[in-house]
Design a protein around this ligand. Structure first.
Ligand SMILES: [Ca+2]
Ligand SMILES: [Ca+2]
Ligand SMILES: [Ca+2]
Length: 381
């Protein structure tokens, strides 16, 4: 009966509004899943036989279809008491499923209450009318220090000027974090490595803050504070009208093997002598990694001469992949970033991409990042 009613309604709609084109993302497929916690943080319910992730928001994002606002289409729901959730009227396509929950956990070792986040982040290929499955949540490594903004597109200009690029970091904790020895890297994928199976990310730049990794306490970033690392910490508007003035930022990328400018800002320095370029990133698609700096390993050399470095995933604090085109092949594993920041940003448009809220991080940049009409070095709005 319900089907008949829907058919009739659709028929009526089609007749009544012939000028309207059907919305491309409407379909007839159903996704039914259960969220089960495998982190040990949530308790197993004996009647169910698993630990349900109950009453938690779930976001399903199309990797292909756009909503009216020009953003990738998103669907929202919530899990029930047993962790079940469903989405209806979907088209056959690939989706990103993201689910996360902030909760507390009593550490059995000392009885202390610890704030933790559990979540899952996965790609779903919806290819049948009734998709049934389970998504398993795990403990999400939550770093208070994240990449908050990446400005890479360059200012509006016809001279291919993009040297006002920068990476902005943010400390969302209520205590200081220490930048000592941390590394900022430009990822680059040497195929045919299976990025979702290996325990490292391939990069071609490794730039390091001064100080001793992990234990150093010389370079604090105060609570709820931004810091900016410029490619070169100068006033770029002196060269191109409208380019960013980065003369006052805290840090700049400095390559001692490249005859790079050494301005008064502190240096985040290249540690790979084989790399003779400044921290230049692609103006449409790249990925940036922030890691604790405790380990980086020399890897393969590409046929074109790039020395690849492997960054162990367990040392990665944050990773963000950006791409103007969201259908590009991923360069970063889903375990680090399931989506793309910067979707729709053309080169030399003066636009930037930043987290929705300072530090907002679900490990899916498609959800976490928005597009800004202009860069915001050292601030959010
Ligand atoms: Ca530089
Ligand atoms: Ca300097
Ligand atoms: Ca900013």
């Amino acid at each position: 009966m319900r089907l008949l009613l829907i058919s009739f309604t659709l028929f009526f709609f089609a007749v009544a509004c012939q000028v309207k084109t059907p919305v491309q993302e409407d379909g007839s497929l159903t996704l039914r899943m259960v969220a089960q916690d495998t982190s040990g943080v949530l308790s197993v319910v004996p009647q169910l036989g698993y630990a349900p992730v109950a009453y938690t928001d779930v976001v399903l994002q199309s990797t292909k279809y756009y909503a009216d606002n020009g953003k990738l289409k998103e669907y929202y729901t919530q899990t029930d008491s047993a962790g079940f959730f469903e989405f209806e009227n979907l088209s056959a396509a690939e989706y990103l499923l993201t689910l996360f929950k902030d909760t507390t956990f009593i550490d059995p070792a000392n009885g202390k209450v610890v704030d933790v986040t559990i979540g899952s982040n996965e790609s779903i290929i919806l290819d049948r009318p009734n998709f049934l499955g389970a998504t398993k949540t795990r403990l999400l490594p939550k770093s208070p220090l994240v990449i908050n903004e990446i400005y890479y597109a360059g200012p509006i200009n016809n001279a291919h000027y993009f040297y006002d690029q920068y990476v902005e970091l943010y400390n969302s904790a209520d205590t200081a974090v220490y930048l000592d020895g941390k590394i900022v890297c430009r990822a680059r994928q040497a195929r045919p490595v299976n990025i979702d199976e290996v325990d490292y990310v391939q990069v071609i730049y490794v730039y390091q803050f001064p100080g001793v990794p992990v234990t150093g306490r010389s370079y604090p970033l105060e609570p709820e504070t931004f810091t900016v690392i410029a490619m070169d910490a100068v006033d770029h508007s002196a060269y191109i009208a409208g380019a960013a003035d980065l003369s006052g930022v805290d840090w700049e990328f400095y390559n001692p093997y490249a005859g790079d400018l050494d301005n008064p800002a502190g240096n985040v320095s290249n540690v790979i002598p084989e790399n003779s370029t400044d921290f230049m990133i692609n103006v449409v698609h790249n990925a940036i990694i922030l890691a604790d700096g405790s380990k980086y390993i020399y890897g393969e050399i590409s046929p074109t001469g790039y020395q690849y470095i492997h960054i162990p995933i367990e040392t990665i604090l944050d990773g963000v992949e950006y791409s103007a085109n969201p259908e590009k092949q991923k360069e970063l594993t889903y375990r680090v970033d399931a989506g793309f920041a910067g979707v729709g940003i053309g080169k030399y448009t003066g636009k930037s991409t930043q987290r929705r809220l300072p530090g907002y991080d679900t490990n899916n940049s498609s959800l976490d990042f928005i597009v800004l009409n202009h860069p915001t070095p050292g601030y959010q709005r």
